[in-house]
Design a protein around this ligand. Structure first.
Ligand code: NAD
Length: 368
């Protein structure tokens, strides 16, 4: 059997710096665990624009469609701010998401033991937290038509349309129920069925899919505003949360911040299964290209490393090795080895990006 394939798109700013640490980890799994990937690398974002005049070349897009998973660093930077909207670095990322039809965005909010003090909430509220927010990513109010700014009499009117079809709701609901079966077997669906027709349909369809296909999973429904309150009051009540594009955008950022630094947050965007049964998949850290620290060795590579752990779990069915990698990251943090974003002790010396990567490798070695 051929090796699973991985397309790496480091991107701009700190993207290549954090991705270099992931490359070390990919090599480690090949050398020490017999888990070898066919890795290819290409350009996305500003660096692709610099070379090709477009933030994502058609050949790169075609490669992304063929591989088993795509791993992306980050895109963007101030030097590209004045570019036309159509060739801005972010358009490369949006094109990947759109053409791969990545409709389920997985945003874990997991509190590493060593970082429980880092949250803005009390330690007992976040210690041991492990929830997964699944945000619908390809429809809803960010895409609905009509949209625009029109003139009505003497004033301008801004219009966006919240629109969901049954099948769009059903497929992301299935993603949530499948995910719950691999975790705590609980799904909470969030919408605003009290004030929005699209919310009524969302609630109905999620319930129908549950009753017909996943009656073994515990399902509850919550209004999204109440959900925001519950997420800050007692987040551990949740296992999997499924919600639409707009509410998911807000709720996943809120939940992520419960756990500390932007440098620790991975994500996955999944689409329909391919012929080999694996879902179309893009893994990337939540953070951007951090131009303020690019080139200084200060970037925390953990978010990107943990994104690769998600790839091991969700694309390659190696939950055991994903656990090993996540534990290695936790062990390193527990040893007090941290990049600057995770240090709140005056006078402590931060680890550099590559020292952090090396420490994770050492912890992986220790796990054998
Ligand atoms: P950002 O996430 O790049 O940075 C926000 C802050 O967090 C900065 O102070 C940065 O130094 C810090 N930070 C981020 N990642 C870090 C890490 N791994 N380790 C340590 N510190 C880290 O967001 P921004 O500053 O708003 O945007 C910068 C650029 O990135 C912009 O061009 C923006 O468009 C782009 N962006 C890209 C993505 C993406 O590629 N998915 C996401 C967000 C922003």
């Amino acid at each position: 059997m051929s090796n699973p394939s991985l397309l790496i798109l480091p991107g701009d700013g700190i993207g290549p710096e954090v991705m270099a640490e992931v490359r070390k980890i990919i090599d480690w799994f090949g050398a020490k665990r017999g888990l070898t990937f066919d890795v290819s690398e290409d350009l996305v974002g500003g660096c692709a624009y610099d070379k090709h005049g477009t933030p994502l070349h058609d050949d790169t897009m075609a490669k992304a469609q063929e591989v088993d998973a795509v791993l992306l660093g980050a895109v963007g930077g101030p030097q590209y701010d004045k570019l036309d909207f159509s060739v801005k670095p972010e358009r490369g990322l949006l094109r990947l998401r759109k053409e791969m039809d990545l409709y389920a965005n997985l945003r874990p909010a997991q509190c590493f033991d060593a970082l429980a003090d880092f949250s803005s909430l009390k330690k007992d509220v976040v210690a041991g937290l492990d929830i997964m927010i699944i945000r619908e990513l390809t429809s809803g109010v960010y895409f609905g038509e009509p949209r625009g700014i029109i003139k009505e009499g003497n004033e301008r009117v801004g219009i966006n349309t919240q629109r969901y079809t049954e099948s769009e709701i059903a497929r992301v609901a299935r993603s949530a129920f499948e995910m719950a079966r691999k975790r705590g077997n609980k799904v909470c669906s969030m919408e605003k069925a009290n004030v929005m027709e699209s919310g009524i349909l969302w609630r109905d369809v999620v319930q129908e899919i549950h009753d017909a296909e996943y009656p073994d999973v515990e399902l509850s429904h919550m209004y999204a505003d109440a959900g925001a309150m519950q997420l800050t009051r007692w987040p551990k009540q949740f296992d999997v949360i499924v919600t639409d594009n707009l509410f998911g955008d807000l709720l996943s950022d809120l939940a992520a911040m419960l756990t500390g630094s932007l440098g620790m947050l991975p994500s996955a965007s999944l689409g329909a299964p391919m012929a080999n049964g694996r879902p179309k998949a893009l893994y990337e850290p939540v953070h951007g290209s951090a131009p303020d620290i690019a080139g200084t060795g200060k970037a925390n590579p953990c978010a990107c490393i943990l994104s690769f752990a998600m790839a091991l779990r969700y694309s390659f069915d190696r939950g055991d090795e994903a656990d090993r990698l996540e534990k290695a990251v936790n062990d390193v943090l527990g040893q007090g080895i941290r990049t600057a974003d995770l240090l709140n002790v005056e006078g402590a010396t931060p680890a550099t990006t590559s020292e952090m990567g090396d420490a994770v490798i050492a912890a992986l070695d220790a796990s054998l």
